[in-house]
Design a protein around this ligand. Sequence first.
Ligand code: HEC
Ligand code: HEC
Length: 310
Amino acid sequence: MKELKILAVVASLVLVTFYGIEPYAHHVMHPEGKPADFKFSDLKNVDTSLKGDVTAGKESFVNNCTACHSLTADGFDPMMSDADSAAAYGVTPPDLSLAGRIYEKNFLANFIFDPVTATKVEHKYPANGSKVYPMPAYSWMGAQEIMNIVAYLESVSPKAIDEAGLASLAAKEERTLFDVSREQNAEVFKSACGRCHDMKYGGLSATTPKVTIQGYMGSTPPDLSQYIISRGSHYLDGFINNPQEYLHGTGMPRVGLSEQAQAEVIEYMTQVGDPKKTEREELGPKVLLYLLIFAILAYLWKRKIWSEVH
Ligand code: HEC
Ligand code: HEC
């Protein structure tokens, strides 16, 4: 009986200590924001139920977008170097090859309609203010023309390769599944984040030069190599989807990724910043089993010794 009481005291002390180190500290350092909204339900300027026409969309794209954006997947190569286009617009306009796949449709349509409200940077670009966002709003286009462009972007975006496809690609090229999967995720990261952020441990530098991005954003976007460790996937999931909710007044734009594309970005950040995660998690239960076996042995040993003492 006495032993059980001691055990209960020790167990509660351990639990309190554990709570202080892990869940409580986590709660204090990463307060909960709203969960990610992958429908972007605050954006309602474009009727996304309209069916887009791919051919008409391509024509509008050529007339309105190719002056700034490349789209190599359909043969529109960059007109200038990254540094020159950054100097012209403040930030290098991203290549749009993956746009139709990675951005959520409602976000993409509303971004074309008005990039400032879609990315929630009104505080930096107030209406009638002196600063003008580098990409024009296409609110003058009807919803139909915008949906035509969206349909065109969707039609030319290479589809994501699924787990089975990646496995057979890895076998064919004699590479690991980890490497081919990281390569695919890296492309999503480059399209969505790569104009502003470095990912040094993944060998990626932002396409916009540092001085230029500093002038454009007012602060230098951090290298994201270790953010999966310092912020955790839960925080990143809410933050990318709605930065203002987590860092009020930040210059970081809301990036309207689909749920899948956002998971790919976060997986990439994990593959670069915490490559041993799977191994570590597989080791955990084995260590616990080992400790359990030793606890049983220790108990049996103690019983044996005390039985001789009595
Ligand atoms: C005058 C140059 C210019 C034109 C014209 C232009 N864009 Fe952009 N676009 C930019 C710049 C610069 C950015 C990056 C802005 C930033 O990150 O702050 C951008 C970003 C984007 C993004 C990324 C959105 C995101 O959330 O990351 C998409 C998609 C896009 N543009 C689509 C289009 C489409 C479609 C057209 C034609 C209808 C177009 N753009 C016309 C300059 C332009
Ligand atoms: C147009 C430039 C731009 C783009 C695109 C962009 N960011 Fe950022 N990001 C910034 C800036 C600027 C900051 C610094 C914000 C601050 O200090 O207020 C930042 C900060 C961050 C932070 C740090 C947040 C914190 O808690 O300190 C993370 C994480 C982040 N970005 C992730 C991403 C990811 C992931 C993407 C792509 C899905 C992305 N960003 C796209 C400009 C950008």
